[in-house]
Design a protein around this ligand. Structure first.
Ligand code: GLV
Ligand code: MN
Ligand code: MN
Length: 409
């Protein structure tokens, strides 16, 4: 194992310790104690690698290597450092670690870039605490307004501002970043699917990222006694929710072309074994590479909502996120492929079924993304694993690419 690979493993192992569920995967919710611990580690490494560290009003972390041109836009490189509940150690951190190690290679090879290089570590990409997701990048680009940010609350009713203040972050700092300060964004991510491993190819150069939308659906009925209320006199919120959710697989399959639909979160109120459920709140995540499929499924979801609003049941929906499918920048895609060829690291073009901060940043700057294989195609679970050798390969490609991007006019 070379030094680069050893350092990569060291970072990944260290970051994996900052979890609220030790032994049961990584649970690192935004603005939690574990966020604070990971944040301290990332900032410390950024400083050790000679970067100027700052945090914005969302808690995104930036480590900057100044360029020789005054006030020039930066080439950003990184990913997110939050996780899903009981997730793995690589989704997000692999990209942050890659950014750190690209900066380390600049320093090691005494490269003084023309344009600044900024390593970034973004918050709440998963939306596991405040819903929706892609919050660090949406806030940074202004897609999520200051007002909407302030109104977000977690499941316990704690607001973004309260939570961030509790770990010593300053919500009054600026959030939106002037697009003029951005030259490009590079992100490494684990594939989270089986394709690269099956083909035995170490690098995926991402061409497009899937479009996605997320809804929070609330079903309200009437609570009552489980023993004394006859079956024909119930307005059971959970039975209605279950009937709706059971139709989603058919809806997605009928839409076709890889359209997917998932309910991953569901809360029942009051959640008592002998109480008829009064209220159920659940999420719906709809994805497709073609926007028309997402639109069609949204239409069908709305029809379903209307059809179940009857007999004492009320169904309402709030859209929490809507992102069109996004293409990566063709010049950066070409540059990543050329660089892989030059380094004799085999690559394959790939489309992403997962959402990424790169899809948000592609609205305001030129974006490129590389994937590395995921063992058994698993992600968003404790078994998630990728080879540090593959991360090291990707770091070499991103280093060469970042060198070109920080030099080019
Ligand atoms: C992030 O992992 C997403 O695709 O939702
Ligand atoms: Mn991710
Ligand atoms: Mn993820």
């Amino acid at each position: 194992m070379n030094d680069l690979q050893t350092r990569i493993e060291g970072h990944i192992n260290k970051l994996s310790k900052f979890t609220a569920t030790p032994g049961k995967g990584t649970t690192r919710l935004t603005y939690s104690q574990e966020d604070q611990q990971a944040r301290e580690y990332i900032k410390e490494k950024m400083k050790e690698y000679g970067l100027q560290v700052r945090e914005d009003g969302l808690g995104n972390i930036f480590g900057k290597m100044e360029g020789t041109i005054q006030d020039a836009p930066s080439v950003l490189i990184g990913s997110h450092f939050d996780s899903v509940p009981n997730g793995g150690s690589y989704d997000g951190p692999a990209g942050v670690v890659a950014g750190l190690e690209v900066a380390a290679l600049f320093a090691q090879n005494k490269i003084k870039p023309k344009y600044p290089l900024e390593v970034i570590a973004l918050i709440e990409e998963e939306g596991a605490r405040f819903g929706g997701g892609l919050m660090g990048s949406r806030g940074m680009t202004g897609l999520l307004s200051e007002e909407d940010f302030k109104n977000l609350k977690d499941n316990d009713g704690i607001s973004t501002v309260e939570a961030m203040t509790k770990i010593g972050l300053d919500p009054a700092l600026p959030k939106k970043r002037d697009p003029k300060t951005l030259k490009a964004f590079l992100e490494l991510h684990i594939e989270q699917g089986p394709i690269l491993e099956e083909k035995n190819i170490p690098i995926g150069v991402v061409e497009t990222i899937v479009g996605l939308t997320q809804y929070e659906i609330t079903v309200e009925g009437q609570a009552g006694h489980a023993g004394t209320t006859p079956m024909d006199r119930r307005a059971d919120a959970l039975v209605t929710a279950a009937q709706m959710i059971a139709q989603f697989p058919t809806l997605a399959i009928e839409e076709g072309e890889g359209t997917v639909m998932t309910t991953g979160k569901l809360n029942v109120f009051p959640n008592g074994a002998n109480v008829i459920p009064k209220k159920v709140v659940f999420t719906v995540d709809i994805r497709s590479g073609k926007e028309e499929h997402i639109q069609n499924v949204i239409g069908k979801l709305n029809e379903l909502i209307d059809s179940y609003t009857q007999n004492g049941i009320q169904v309402t929906a709030v859209q929490q996120l809507y992102m069109q499918p996004k293409a990566m920048n063709p010049e950066i895609v070409a540059l990543l492929k050329q660089t892989s060829n030059a380094l004799t690291i085999p690559y394959s073009s790939i489309n992403s079924g997962a959402g990424h901060d790169a899809m948000v940043l592609s609205d305001v700057t030129e974006v490129g993304m590389v994937f590395i294989p995921s063992k058994d195609g698993l992600s968003h679970c404790p078994e998630e694993w990728s080879d540090s050798l593959h991360i090291a390969n990707a770091v070499e490609i991103l280093y060469e690419t970042a060198k070109k991007l920080t030099e080019a006019e």
